[in-house]
Design a protein around this ligand. Structure first.
Ligand code: ZN
Length: 222
């Protein structure tokens, strides 16, 4: 991200704008969900994350909390209760510069059935693999949930969280938010198809062809 003197403030404002954008897009409501962006400057190595329990439209840049990869938080408010999975994603994934978490209704509906999103549509590959996994349930805010989420994200840029919601990551905040919206669209389409019958799944070799095409398709490769 920007190393400009006002870079941190700009990034804090972008975190808020991304959170508001999730609600405007209908993939999140109220205080559920959270947003973060990787931030490194002046010896600090960590991320900027939305605080816990505050409506997005009441957030000011100063409310965003800086959390180091060591888990130490600095700010006037407490970080999102889910800071652990944000931290573990940034630790594990050099490609992650932004992470969004939401209780998007169709993703969450599937996650409440313990279902991920299989290869029912070629666009599933947008998340980086042949399917979008559903991490097993663990209590919100726990290290157990962070472990389950990072495992489900292995080789992927998005996952569902059983009985909870979804996570998407990206090379920047816009890409992470856009991916979250695309995954919610896929979840809705899959849910609709399930109402009528058993969706036809694309075979692994076809998904691998799609993944190879996406890898040379501009931003899809990021
Ligand atoms: Zn949540």
């Amino acid at each position: 991200m920007s190393a400009a003197p006002d870079g941190e403030r700009l990034l804090r404002e972008r975190v808020i704008a991304t959170a508001l954008g999730m609600n405007a897009a209908g993939i999140n409501r109220g205080k559920a969900g959270n947003v973060s962006a990787r931030w490194r400057a002046g010896g600090f190595d960590g991320f900027l994350i939305t605080p816990t329990g505050v409506e997005y439209d009441r957030l000011a840049a100063e409310d965003i909390v800086a959390v180091g990869l060591d888990g130490v938080a600095a700010g006037r408010m407490a970080p999102s209760s889910e800071w652990r999975f944000h931290r573990d994603i940034y630790r594990a994934r050099p490609d992650a510069h932004a992470v969004v978490h939401s209780h998007a209704p169709f993703c969450t509906s599937l996650a409440c059935l313990g279902r991920g999103i299989p290869s029912f549509h070629y666009m599933v590959a947008i998340a980086g693999g042949r399917d979008i996994r559903c991490a097993p349930y663990a209590t919100f805010g726990t290290q157990e949930l962070a472990d389950a989420a990072t495992a489900a994200l292995d080789g992927r840029r998005a996952c569902l969280l059983a009985n909870h919601g979804m996570i998407a990551l990206g090379a920047d905040l816009d890409l992470a938010r856009q991916l979250a919206i695309e995954v919610e669209t896929l979840a809705e389409t899959y849910w609709r198809a399930l109402q009528v019958g058993d969706p036809v799944l694309l075979p692994d070799d076809e998904m691998d062809r799609v993944l190879a095409k996406f890898a040379t398709y501009g931003q899809r490769s990021r």
